[in-house]
Design a protein around this ligand. Sequence first.
Ligand SMILES: *Cc1c(COP(=O)(O)O)cnc(C)c1O
Length: 393
Amino acid sequence: MTTTATMSDRATPSVAPPPLNPPERLLMGPGPSNPDPRVLAAMGLNPIGHLDPYFVETMNQTMEALRNVFRTRNHHTVPISATGSAGLETIMMNLLEPGDSAIVCVIGYFGQRLAELARRAGADVRTVEVPPGEVVDPADVEKLFAERPAKLLAFVHAETTTGAYQSIPEMVEVARRYDALVAIDCVTSLGGVPLEIDALGVDAAGSCSQKCIGAPPGLGPITIGPRAMAAARARKHKPSTWYFDLALLFQYWGEDGANRTRAFHHTAPVASIYGFHEALRIILEEGLEARWDRHRTAHDTLVRGLDRLGLSLFPPEANRGPTINVINVPAGVDEAAVRRRLLGMGVEMGGGLGALAGKVWRVGVMGYNAQVPRVERFVGALDEALRAEGYSA
Ligand SMILES: *Cc1c(COP(=O)(O)O)cnc(C)c1O
């Protein structure tokens, strides 16, 4: 009897939450951006088994399309079944092991995160850090290599916290001289700015689905080149992660050529892959060059609009890129109140992170949103929100 009483005391009531009715938003923050409606439609296509021959073919097409978007012939190119951070974690956990040395450039929060991933992989990590807005001088990286070799050089291409872009070719050149692998975080750049993995000689790169690719969050596209795969295969020990072990992942996604097994590893998020496949299709139909131009044009529209409002961008002009725009909050303006007002108008932008919290806003011009009318709508709403907060240019 007491048992029954205890059980009913602890029983949870069967009360369903209300149905969801999320508001329509123009997502101009640092991510996610609005997906193309075609992507959302694709996510509702017929569900099938993840080992269904049709889905296996979908996986093959997705890998091939992703190679084209990364501009690479790397076989090992897949969307990891988790967000962008998971793709980067996959790279670090497989390319580094205890006893390895890594050099990581830190130009903002996401660089710190790369360094932390490398440490958790067991590597001895040395960092090159610069103040927010600045980028790393390759000569400072070279100094560290000259002191002591490292297996891997890692850095963030577009640092979403500061809006600064780290130029890639000079970094690859330094790493090559010391025979090190190069891994990049291109989460806020892939699909929005020129980025050619093979031509640049980048060994491993990780991005996400929800920024310039134009799909909802949930996938972490990565590409791993032959040198990096050789390093992963030459490990002394298996990686300490099971889910993100490249050897197991490619028993599932399929190795190149004859060893094309499809061993069950995890259940691919079928609906997310449908959406991602459609997003890649849209990118390749548009053409990468046209897409890069579109992002540049939309960014120019934003900059002209900000100029009219008397607002300035945080990073020095030489370090800026089109996809992530970090704006100085004008003196005397309550930045959080402005963001709240904007959201009331159905428009989202981001606040500052870490050292820049309260000092900047972060505005993404990414994917489907990188269109002049959408950017103009954003600028109009920002103007209204600023006026309502008592600001005048
Ligand atoms: C957004 C972002 C990430 C994290 O990606 P998630 O998909 O949120 O896990 C990592 N690095 C950079 C530079 C980013 O902008």
